[in-house]
Design a protein around this ligand. Structure first.
Ligand code: HEC
Ligand code: HEC
Ligand code: HEC
Ligand code: HEC
Ligand code: HEC
Ligand code: HEC
Ligand code: HEC
Ligand code: HEC
Ligand code: HEC
Ligand code: HEC
Ligand code: HEC
Ligand code: HEC
Length: 431
């Protein structure tokens, strides 16, 4: 045998002469190797190539820790036994003990949030909101850190981003019709639920999504209707889902359920209930046609929000001729003093408005005992409010067919896109 020269430069350290039974390295019953003797002991005499392994902390700083030789961890090995295992650090290890947790969306590994880049789990860590790791959960990162900032991009790949700040309307903090949410994070949790440990990160909406696809184009989807329109086919599932969690149901837009009229309630009358249509009036902030951008950056739908804003109409939407000069409008006969608003003449929520949804001057101002019969159409009133048809003010009637022959109206709709080809307005310039 070769002379041993490593540390004592003599043969005195030969184990056959001086070796002793290291009971000091054993603990427990039945006996097992005291792993801490070497692995949690910076001054241990045993040489380590990887010095970090000398200073391993426990799995958690909480009172309870699993034993090193837990069968899920290093298994029941004395130090020389082959059973002594080194498990690979992935969710299959973690869920042996934390069975109620899953990878986020079924793809984001536990160690991305708990283990740092080198997947160390002694001790287990928390990804914090400044993008570093800490043993404390006090400033643990959340939905916002990943989905609204780039602080986690260094460790988690391909994080889909949503608007920062989140807007689900620009005029509220989720308190308009009840206690829905009061900051961005509670908004995420309201709609999605706390899905960081869920295989389906979408959370709640997954239960009524139907054929809708996450991140799709607005042209193919009905996400908004799922929460806001009572006749959407999965609407009941949505109601049940929020009720089951004792949360308020989102405001409905055709009958006012769940949304008492606090804003001059706008009754939506739409030919379809697609996200593309909602985007027409609620998409002032968005530039893409992706539903994700719209969903997390909804704007107030009031007509003036866009039409009074020349910069927006001109630069963003390239529709300068659809700008409405508010000073002139307000000074006009149909300004605020008239008591009517844009939607009294542009009568539905289809937008931009097909002309067959516009009321012409006579529709309000012509007094006819029988509106379908034209003979008295020159009997004009300025008192529109009291211009009644069957006891109802003309202002309250928005269905054209109440006053016009249904067959003729339908046939006009079928045959002509522009009613103005023949029916003209007083501002028409004749050449
Ligand atoms: C007598 C000291 C000593 C004791 C006691 C000891 N180890 Fe080790 N262990 C080492 C050394 C030395 C290494 C090699 C480290 C290196 O090369 O940096 C090691 C390596 C390991 C590794 C591989 C680490 C890696 O990253 O590849 C695991 C796992 C391990 N030990 C688990 C245990 C467990 C579990 C126990 C208790 C059952 C235990 N050890 C007890 C000294 C010890
Ligand atoms: C052998 C069982 C076991 C395994 C495997 C295990 N844990 Fe734990 N873990 C525990 C126990 C026990 C606690 C302490 C629980 C308590 O006190 O509430 C804990 C606590 C935690 C904590 C809270 C830590 C703190 O200090 O706040 C986190 C986070 C955690 N584990 C994540 C993980 C991850 C990630 C994995 C996989 C890499 C994992 N655990 C693997 C048993 C295990
Ligand atoms: C997207 C990041 C993320 C992923 C992925 C993740 N966690 Fe967590 N985890 C957290 C955050 C943040 C907390 C702190 C929550 C708190 O204290 O409110 C936490 C807390 C914990 C806790 C302690 C709280 C408790 O409920 O006991 C355990 C245990 C835990 N995670 C285990 C796991 C396991 C196991 C996995 C993988 C199956 C995993 N985590 C995946 C972010 C994540
Ligand atoms: C550590 C970063 C991180 C945190 C924290 C985090 N996520 Fe995610 N999330 C991701 C990544 C990465 C993906 C993409 C996963 C994939 O492609 O499968 C994702 C996907 C999603 C998706 C898309 C689901 C789908 O069907 O495509 C939703 C919704 C989501 N997260 C919501 C949340 C919510 C809500 C929270 C807070 C409770 C949260 N996330 C916290 C990283 C994170
Ligand atoms: C998961 C359910 C849910 C989905 C999906 C949803 N909303 Fe909402 N929405 C709500 C809730 C809840 C409120 C009430 C917020 C409040 O009280 O301020 C709301 C409020 C609104 C408001 C009024 C905000 C205000 O303060 O005036 C508009 C406009 C709106 N949503 C449009 C949309 C559009 C457009 C979509 C599709 C891109 C959509 N919503 C998808 C739940 C949802
Ligand atoms: C023609 C424009 C227009 C279209 C298209 C439109 N909205 Fe609105 N919306 C409004 C106006 C105006 C209001 C009332 C002002 C406000 O508070 O935003 C409103 C209000 C809302 C509100 C708040 C509750 C209420 O009824 O006051 C919700 C929710 C809403 N809209 C959802 C939608 C959804 C979902 C779609 C698509 C199916 C949609 N809107 C399409 C103009 C429109
Ligand atoms: C009003 C309800 C609502 C609120 C509030 C909300 N979400 Fe969503 N979110 C949805 C719906 C519905 C979808 C699925 C449709 C889509 O792609 O936008 C979605 C999709 C997502 C996606 C998937 C994006 C993609 O393209 O893969 C992520 C990530 C996400 N939300 C994160 C968040 C975060 C983070 C918050 C809080 C800042 C939040 N959401 C707030 C309803 C909401
Ligand atoms: C998100 C911004 C936005 C909101 C809110 C909005 N509009 Fe518009 N509107 C536009 C744009 C942009 C156009 C030009 C569309 C085009 O040319 O495709 C337009 C076009 C129109 C037109 C012209 C239709 C035509 O055929 O010439 C009318 C009328 C109109 N809007 C009325 C309204 C009324 C009434 C409201 C409120 C109920 C409203 N808009 C809300 C942006 C908006
Ligand atoms: C008294 C009825 C009435 C009211 C109120 C009204 N409009 Fe109009 N609007 C019309 C008629 C009629 C036209 C078509 C005029 C024409 O083509 O000569 C029109 C045209 C428009 C156009 C298209 C302009 C163009 O040149 O194509 C827009 C945009 C518009 N209105 C927006 C609004 C907005 C926004 C409001 C509220 C601030 C509003 N309107 C209020 C009757 C009305
Ligand atoms: C939606 C119903 C409606 C439509 C359509 C409508 N108006 Fe009016 N108009 C009113 C109301 C309401 C008043 C205010 C009456 C009052 O002050 O009591 C008014 C007032 C007027 C006045 C002022 C009358 C006075 O004596 O002060 C004139 C002029 C007028 N409208 C012309 C028109 C013309 C021209 C059109 C077509 C371009 C038109 N209106 C379309 C509802 C309407
Ligand atoms: C309250 C009854 C009433 C309602 C509702 C009504 N109208 Fe009228 N409308 C009239 C009357 C009265 C006239 C003028 C007399 C006539 O031509 O019968 C008229 C005239 C018209 C004309 C001819 C205008 C011209 O100068 O050539 C058109 C076009 C028209 N209406 C379209 C509509 C459309 C589109 C709707 C639905 C958005 C509608 N009306 C809703 C009562 C109504
Ligand atoms: C090609 C010319 C032309 C076009 C385009 C046109 N109309 Fe007419 N419309 C007429 C004429 C002419 C009359 C009167 C003759 C009649 O009553 O039969 C009329 C009558 C009407 C009336 C009946 C008014 C009353 O007396 O009750 C309504 C309503 C009407 N049109 C609606 C529309 C609508 C809505 C559109 C656009 C979708 C439209 N029209 C397009 C020529 C046209």
């Amino acid at each position: 045998m070769m002379a041993y020269t490593a540390k004592y430069y003599s043969n005195l350290s030969l184990i056959s002469h001086y070796g002793r039974k290291r009971t000091d390295l054993q603990i427990g019953a039945p006996l097992y190797t005291n792993c801490s003797y070497c692995h949690q002991n910076a001054s241990t005499a045993f040489p380590f190539v990887n010095i970090d392994l000398k200073n391993l902390e426990n799995h958690t700083q909480r009172a309870i820790n699993p034993s090193c030789i837990n069968s899920s961890c290093h298994n029941a090995g004395r130090i020389h036994e082959t059973a002594l295992a080194k498990p690979s650090v992935d969710h299959t290890l973690c869920t042996k003990c934390h069975g109620d947790k899953s990878k986020h969306n079924g793809t984001v590994e536990c160690y991305k949030c708990h283990g740092n880049a080198t997947s160390k789990i002694h001790p287990i860590l928390y990804l914090t909101s400044d993008g570093t790791f800490s043993t404390s959960n006090a400033s643990a990162g959340d939905c916002l850190t990943c989905h609204q900032t780039d602080k986690m991009d260094w460790i988690v790949d391909n994080i889909p981003k949503v608007a920062q700040p989140l807007h689900h309307s620009e005029v509220n903090t989720g308190q308009r019709w009840g206690d829905y949410w009061n900051n961005s994070l509670s908004a995420c949790i309201y709609c999605h639920s706390d899905t960081k440990h869920k295989a389906i990160a979408l959370g709640r909406p997954a239960n009524w999504r139907g054929d809708n696809i996450v991140g799709s184009s607005v042209n193919d989807s009905y996400w908004c209707a799922g929460c806001h329109y009572a006749d959407e086919h999965n609407y009941e599932n949505m109601v049940n889902e929020f009720s089951a969690s004792s949360l308020n149901i989102p405001p409905e837009i055709t009958n006012g359920t769940y949304a008492p009229n606090v804003t001059g309630f706008y009754e939506h009358v739409c030919a379809n209930w697609s996200d593309a249509l909602c985007r027409e009036c609620h998409g002032k902030f968005v530039t893409s046609y992706g539903v994700t951008e719209l969903m997390h950056d909804v704007s107030d739908g009031s007509c003036s929000n866009c039409h009074y804003d020349f910069t927006y109409m001109n630069n963003t939407r390239h529709a300068p001729t659809k700008y409405v000069n508010s000073t002139m409008f307000n000074a006009s006969v149909h300004g605020p003093s008239s008591g009517i608003g844009c939607v009294d003449c542009h009568t539905t929520s289809n937008h931009p408005y097909p002309e067959h949804y516009w009321k012409w001057c006579e529709c309000c101002h012509a007094v006819q005992s029988n509106p379908v019969d034209d003979t008295d159409r020159h009997n004009i009133t300025s008192d529109v409010q009291n211009n009644m048809v069957d006891g109802v003010s003309v202002l309250g009637i928005i269905d054209c067919k109440t006053c016009h022959n249904a067959t003729s109206y339908e046939s006009a709709k079928t045959n002509f896109a522009l009613c103005r080809w023949c029916h003209t307005y007083p501002d028409k310039v004749y050449e």
